[in-house]
Design a protein around this ligand. Structure first.
Ligand SMILES: NC(=O)c1ccc[n+]([C@@H]2O[C@H](COP(=O)([O-])OP(=O)(O)OC[C@H]3O[C@@H](n4cnc5c(N)ncnc54)[C@H](OP(=O)(O)O)[C@@H]3O)[C@@H](O)[C@H]2O)c1
Length: 251
């Protein structure tokens, strides 16, 4: 039996969408791409050499009704749906005293409620099992200063996915979170020429891990939180070694 499946991909119009779409399509999966930005959706769909296996729907899937419509369109087009690859997210940076409550609400909506709406739309179709994949940030568990609103929302997402996983694994639904650092893109490199991009995450690396998680090799995994963090390092002045010991920062 073929392992090719049908996935609804929500929010593929950002930095990660091109790589994830290309990887899953290369594995033979059929994909319904759903987002609001019609031009970008078309661009991504056309960039993949598998036109008959990619369809698009212009929809804000953070709205429950539109999410359910996107699922219906997926089934109309491909006959079924086997899971969700949820790429919708939002980002905010700012210290506590310069971040108003609206920003917290926007982060919660984009990063948590969007996942809830898309999951509630797809889950009723997964009676014989399936896959739900979400993306988070290392900041959820190691929040740097100034990232509180974003980090709190991603931490909430990760807790929610764990709970979801316990709820649905009995019926063969695998719910996982892939955790990344900043995406290593041309745009990010131009904006931050000083940064060491060894510590960033290549979109293709995340795409490969997602492809593995929805494949047969990961059938035994439920509720995993999978870090794809490049060569991320944390440094602190507390790393200085006691007298006589080798310096930890020079190992
Ligand atoms: N890129 C990174 O450096 C990075 C780092 C860590 C984690 N992540 C996470 O990885 C995932 C994918 O990242 P990404 O950079 O490709 O995507 P993204 O820019 O965070 O979001 C993907 C898409 O979600 C839709 N979206 C955003 N806010 C929305 C809202 N309030 N309502 C409805 N739709 C909304 C937008 O699509 P439309 O406007 O077309 O609808 C957007 O193109 C996200 O969860 C992100 O938080 C990314």
């Amino acid at each position: 039996m073929s392992d090719a499946r049908v996935f609804l991909v929500t929010g593929p119009t950002g930095d990660m969408g091109g790589a994830v779409t290309a990887r899953l399509a290369a594995s033979g999966h059929r994909l319904m791409l759903a987002a609001r930005n019609e031009a970008r959706l078309k661009e991504i769909a056309e960039s993949v050499d598998a036109a008959d296996r990619i369809a698009t729907v212009v929809a804000d899937t953070t709205e429950p009704l539109r999410a359910r419509q996107a699922v219906s369109e997926t089934i109309d087009r491909f006959g079924r749906v086997d899971g969700l690859i949820h790429l919708v997210g939002g980002f905010h940076i700012g210290p506590v005293m310069l971040t108003d409550l609206d920003a917290y609400q926007r982060m919660y909506r984009a990063n948590v409620l969007s996942a809830v709406a898309a999951t509630q739309a797809v889950l009723p179709q997964l009676e014989e099992g399936g896959h739900l994949i979400f993306l988070s940030s290392v900041l959820a568990t190691e929040p740097f200063p100034g990232f509180g609103a974003y980090a709190a929302a991603k931490a909430a997402l990760q807790a929610w996915v764990k709970s979801l996983s316990h709820e649905v694994k009995g019926r063969g639904v695998h719910a996982h979170t892939v955790v990344m650092t900043m995406a290593d893109t041309e745009r990010a490199r131009e904006q931050r020429p000083h940064m060491n991009f060894e510590q960033a995450t290549k979109p293709s690396a995340v795409a490969d891990v997602i492809d593995f998680l929805v494949g047969p090799g990961a059938d035994g995994m439920y509720g995993a939180t999978v870090p794809v963090l490049g060569k991320l390092e944390f440094t602190t002045t507390l790393m200085s070694a006691p007298p006589g010991a080798p310096r930890l920062d020079r190992l």
